[in-house]
Design a protein around this ligand. Structure first.
Ligand SMILES: Cc1cc2nc3c(=O)[nH]c(=O)nc-3n(C[C@H](O)[C@H](O)[C@H](O)COP(=O)(O)OP(=O)(O)OC[C@H]3O[C@@H](n4cnc5c(N)ncnc54)[C@H](O)[C@@H]3O)c2cc1C
Length: 358
C-alpha cells in the first residue's frame, strides 16, 4: 500500500499530524499496538498548563491555545495550587514566579482544598490559568478529521524494517509492507529506534518514567472542583480524576523504551510526600500506572526534516507536554512539509528544528 506520508506512531503526536497532513496528501498511520494512545498518550495527567516547560515549549503551548478554545468541551477549568513546607522556600519562590502563581495564605488555600495540613503547609500559591484537557475527545477529533480526508490508521502494525525506495521509503510492518514519499517519526519513546531502522542518526531521546496512583476521594470530599495540587520543585502532584484523586511522585527515572508500569517504592515515597501535606491518610489504591515522558537532549520538542535525510521528518520529544502542544506542533509539521511559511516565529521554528543538534 502506498501513501504520500507514512506516520509511525498512533499517539497524540502521530494522530494530530495525520489530521494536518491529510490536508496535503494521502496518509497512513502505522501503530504497533492494538489501540491508539496505548503508551504515553493514554497515561497523562491531561493538563493544559501553558507556562510549563522551556521557553520554546511555552511558545508552542501558547500557540496551541486558540485551537483548544475552538473545539467545544476540550478544555475545562481546573487551576493550580502550590503548597510547600517552611524548609522549601527556595523551590516555592522559584515555582511561584516561573508558573505565575499568586501568593495566597494557608487559610485561603485550605478554603480551596480543606484537607491541607496546617501543621506542615507553610506557603501557598494559586493560579487559575491551568485547565483540564479531554484527551480522548482530542484524540478522537484528530482521528476523525484524518479519516474523513481518507487517512488510513493501521493498528497492530509494528514497524520492523525501513529502507530507501527510490526517492521515498519502503516500510515493513507486522501488518504488511507500505511505501511512502516521506516518513513522519512520531514514535514517542521509540523515536530513536525508528530512526535507526531507517539508517537515520538518532538524536539522543531519553524516556523518563512517571508513575501515578488513583486513590479514593480523601475523607469522602467532593474533589471535583479542587485544583491540581503541586509540591514545590514538582516533587509530587495530585489532581481530581473522575471522582477520585490521582497522585504522582512526579519522578523522572531514565528507562529503555518499554510498556511502562508504576514502581511501587517510588509510588510509596511520592504518596508519603503528598500525605505529609494533608490531614487524610491514603488507605488504599484504586489503580496505578506509569508512562514514559520522552525528552530530547535540550527538553524541547523536535519538529522538522532530518538534516541528512530530509524525507525523514521528526515529530518527537513531546516530554510532559505532548497534549498541550499538539495543535501547534502538528500545524508546524504540516507547514514545513507543505512548504508554507510557518505561522510561528522563525526563532521558535529554529529552536524546534532537528538541525539544532548539528
Ligand atoms: C504521567 C504523565 C503525565 C503527563 N501529563 C501531561 C499533561 O498533563 N499534559 C500534557 O500535555 N502532556 C502530559 N504528558 C505527556 C504526554 O502524555 C506525552 O507527551 C504524549 O502522550 C506523547 O505522545 P506521542 O504520540 O509522542 O507518544 P506515544 O503516546 O507514546 O505514542 C507513540 C506511539 O508510537 C508507537 N510506536 C513506537 N514504535 C513503533 C513502531 N516501530 N511501529 C509502529 N508504532 C510504533 C507506540 O506504540 C506508541 O503508541 C504526561 C505524560 C505522562 C507519562
Amino acid at each position: 500500500m502506498d501513501a504520500d506520508f507514512l506516520i509511525i506512531g498512533g499517539g497524540i503526536a502521530g494522530v494530530s499530524a495525520a489530521a494536518r497532513m491529510s490536508e496535503l496528501g494521502s496518509v497512513i498511520v502505522l501503530e504497533a499496538e492494538e489501540a491508539l494512545a496505548h503508551h504515553a498518550s493514554g497515561r497523562s495527567a491531561a493538563m493544559f498548563e501553558p507556562r510549563y516547560g522551556a521557553p520554546a515549549v511555552v511558545g508552542l503551548s501558547l500557540a496551541s491555545e486558540d485551537y483548544f478554545r475552538s473545539v467545544p468541551g476540550v478544555l475545562s477549568p481546573r487551576g493550580l495550587l502550590l503548597v510547600a513546607k517552611a524548609d522549601a522556600s527556595a523551590a516555592f519562590e522559584h515555582d511561584l514566579v516561573a508558573m505565575e502563581f499568586d501568593r495566597i495564605s494557608v487559610d485561603e488555600a485550605r478554603g480551596i482544598v480543606p484537607i491541607l495540613n496546617r501543621e506542615t503547609v507553610a506557603m501557598a500559591g494559586y493560579a487559575a490559568h491551568a485547565e483540564d484537557v479531554d484527551t480522548d475527545l482530542l484524540m478522537q477529533g484528530f482521528a476523525r478529521e484524518a479519516k474523513a480526508r481518507g487517512a488510513l490508521i493501521v493498528a497492530k502494525a509494528r514497524v520492523t524494517a525501513i529502507a530507501k525506495d527510490g526517492a521515498g521509503w519502503r516500510v515493513i510492518s507486522a501488518a504488511g509492507e507500505f511505501t511512502g514519499r516521506m516518513i513522519v517519526n512520531a514514535a514517542g519513546a521509540w523515536a530513536d529506534q525508528v530512526a535507526a531502522l531507517a539508517g537515520v542518526t538518532p538524536l539522543g531521546f531519553a524516556p523518563y518514567r512517571r508513575s501515578m496512583a488513583r486513590i479514593p476521594a480523601p475523607g469522602g470530599h467532593d474533589v471535583s472542583k479542587w485544583p491540581m495540587i503541586f509540591g514545590p520543585g514538582e516533587d509530587w502532584y495530585a489532581k481530581p480524576d473522575a471522582g477520585a484523586l490521582i497522585v504522582s511522585p512526579a519522578e523522572e527515572d531514565l528507562m529503555e523504551p518499554h510498556d511502562a508500569w508504576a514502581d511501587d517504592m517510588v509510588l510509596a515515597e511520592g504518596l508519603a510526600r503528598y500525605e505529609e501535606m494533608v490531614t487524610e491518610p491514603v488507605t488504599r489504591l484504586l489503580a496505578s500506572w506509569a508512562g514514559l515522558r520522552t525528552f530530547s537532549p535540550d527538553r524541547v520538542l523536535v519538529i522538522g526534516p532530518d538534516a541528512q535525510k530530509p524525507t525523514f521528518f521528526w515529530l518527537a520529544g513531546q516530554g510532559g507536554y505532548g497534549f498541550q502542544t499538539c495543535p501547534a506542533a502538528s500545524r508546524l509539521a504540516a507547514d514545513l512539509i507543505g512548504g508554507r511559511t510557518p505561522g510561528l516565529e522563525p526563532a521558535l521554528v529554529a529552536q524546534l528544528s532537528p538541525s539544532r543538534f548539528g
